[in-house]
Design a protein around this ligand. Sequence first.
Ligand code: ASP
Length: 271
Amino acid sequence: MAVVYSPSIIVHGGAGPIKDDSLAARLEGCKAAALTGWAILQQGGAALDAVEAAVVGLEDNPLFNAGTGSTLNSLGKIEMDAAIMEGHSLRAGAVAAVSGVKNPIKLARRVLEDGRHILLAGEGALLFARQIGFPECAPESLLVEGEKKRWQSKHGTVGAVAFDSAGRLAVATSTGGIFNKLPGRVGDSPLIGCGTYADDYGAVSCTGQGEAIMRLVLAKSAVDFLHEADDIEAQTAARMAIAHLEERLQSTGGIILIDRSGNIGYARDTT
Ligand code: ASP
C-alpha cells in the first residue's frame, strides 16, 4: 500500500515594509490563499495544484504585488513574472515580463504542461497564450488605484510551497516585480533556481531584491543546504539562506520552504 504523508503548505505575500494600515487584510489574504491550497491537499490533491490555486488567490487580491495590484515599471506599465515547479518530476514553467493576462501563474502552469520550454518572455509569452486560447485582459484592468498613488512601494511578491499526501513537493511564485523597474527587467521569481525551485529534497519561494537573489541563486542554494546533511531541516535551511543573502550581499528578503518530510521553514530579515 502506498504511504500516505501528512500534507503541508506555506504561502508568502512578499517582503518589505508595509507603509499603510493593510497588514491585517494582507494576513487575511495569505490565510485565505493557504486554506485554498490546503483544501486541495486535504482531498488528496497534488501539491502542484495546491500551489497554483493558492497563488491565484493572492494574484486576484489587489493588496499584493502580483496579478491584479501589480506594481508599475518606469513607463507606468505592468510587466509580471511567475514560475511554477514540481519537485519529483523537475517539471517547470515560467513567464517573464508579461502583460495582458490576469493570472500569470496559470499561464506558467500551461508552459509547464506544454513541456517544450521552461520560460517564455514578453510578446512571446502572450503569443503562446493566444495560441492555446488562454484568456487575455486589458493591462489597465490589473492596475489598482492604490498602486498608482503608492509610487514608493517597492516589494511584494507572492508565493506558495506545498507537500501533498503522496509526498510530492511543488512551488509557485508570482510578482509584478520591483517598482519603477526598467521595461523588460526580469526578476528572480520566474528564474528556476533563483526565486523559485523544487526538487525531491525541498521546494522554495523567495522574495526580496531580485538582483541579489539571482546573484546567489538563492532558492537552489536553500535546497542545497537540505542536500548537504540529513539533519538540516527546513527551518535551518531557510535561516541559512537569509543569512547568506545578508552576509554576502547585505541584501534583505524572505523565504518559504518545505523539506521532503513535509517540515515547513521560513525566514525573513525585513519588517
Ligand atoms: N523578488 C521580486 C523581484 O525582484 C520582488 C519582491 O520579492 O518583492 O522581482
